[in-house]
Design a protein around this ligand. Structure first.
Ligand code: ACO
Length: 311
């Protein structure tokens, strides 16, 4: 049963109002947002690793400059999102600690390796493409700071998606070996990209409540369908084949029928047993430990300044 404050809160949500940090909100709303925004922030940060892996090996100076800029953008996205989560009363240190202790998640997709340069194309095209599909919808999320962070992030993500597609165009129209690399990247990254949208609606534990609070504005399956409908023609334009024998245009629903990803694999990755989970977490822990001297320095400096002001 809703009490009066909860009823008033739900009325504001239903009227399409944005909720701001100083407003009253149910504890569950706050917790759900901290979980989702925190997980989203961690994904941006961990997501730098598979692409960072190729910065030293980009094929031209121009591609290297573009990739560097893109990976730096992801760091920026992580920072806006940590700030948005901090408005809910959690600190960035706390969220980082939880990530390192395995108590907070990050997107499953970043536990797959980037084996060739074509994978960098496929990551931009498919992974950033899936990310935008989700984030464009989240611009309309009910929590003000989260929705505003999404506006800028979406502008940058569309550049990321375009740069990925540009790599795919180059590879797919290159030598037969390059075209094979492009096809191989699509083969390996297609289903992991579909998994990014989360479990199917019937298995999604949080969707119903998150939709009622307008934290989520579309369901996992709705966004996955939109992504497939947008991406299949792009694959055709590249002359590549989506690795799904059941893929078929369905005139009646105005979208493609397609195979679901292997949900057992999804659960294995979430449980920490994907191909790169251990590497990713080790890289994040090392970066955190290596940065300890710098954080200590900042605190020492702040304390000294505070003592000077007191004197
Ligand atoms: N990777 C890791 N965990 C996932 C994924 C995924 N792709 N999809 C779902 N999960 C987890 C959920 O976090 C939840 O676990 P939890 O209760 O321990 O947090 C569980 O699986 C059940 O899923 P749902 O009930 O469907 O969870 P939710 O309502 O949060 O929906 C979704 C999942 C769609 C990912 C949502 O959280 C979301 O929109 N997040 C913001 C976008 C985002 O995080 N993007 C990151 C990747 S894009 C990028 O960074 C470039």
């Amino acid at each position: 049963e809703m009490d009066e404050r909860e009823r008033a809160f739900q009325d504001r949500i239903d009227a399409g109002e944005k909720i701001e940090p100083q407003d009253w909100m149910p504890e569950g709303y706050r917790k759900t947002l901290i979980r989702q925004i925190g997980q989203h922030a961690h994904s941006e940060i961990v997501g730098q690793l598979p692409e960072g892996n190729w910065i030293t090996r980009a094929p031209t100076l121009e591609r290297k400059a573009i990739l560097l800029a893109k990976v730096q953008d992801e760091a920026g996205h992580g920072l806006y999102l940590y700030c948005a989560a901090e408005t809910l009363g959690v600190s960035r240190d706390e969220m980082t600690e939880k990530l390192h202790d395995g108590k907070m998640k990050y997107s499953s997709i970043f536990n797959y390796p980037t084996l060739t340069w074509a994978d960098i194309g496929a990551v931009g095209w498919l992974v950033d493409g899936a990310a935008i599909m989700n984030q464009v919808a989240l611009q309309r999320t009910s929590y003000g700071p989260y929705s505003r962070a999404m506006v800028r992030i979406c502008k940058e993500e569309s550049f990321h998606q375009r740069q990925g597609y540009s790599i795919m165009m180059k590879m797919a129209s290159g030598t037969p070996e390059q075209k094979r690399m492009a096809q191989d990247a699509l083969d390996r990254l297609w289903y992991p990209s579909l998994m990014m949208f989360g479990p199917s609606d019937k298995d999604s534990v949080h969707s119903a409540q998150s939709m009622a609070w307008k934290i989520k504005v579309s369901t996992n399956d709705e966004l996955r369908q939109k992504f497939v409908d947008q991406t299949v023609p792009q694959a055709e334009y590249l002359g590549l084949t989506v690795p799904d024998e059941n893929l078929k245009w369905n005139e009646e629903k105005g979208g493609y029928d397609f195979s679901e990803p292997d949900w057992q694999e999804f659960h294995d990755v979430l449980a920490g047993n994907g191909p790169c989970n251990a590497d990713r977490m080790a890289a994040r822990r090392t970066a955190w430990e290596d940065g300890a001297w710098y954080r200590d320095g900042l605190v020492a400096h702040a304390n000294k300044r505070a003592a000077q002001r007191m004197a």
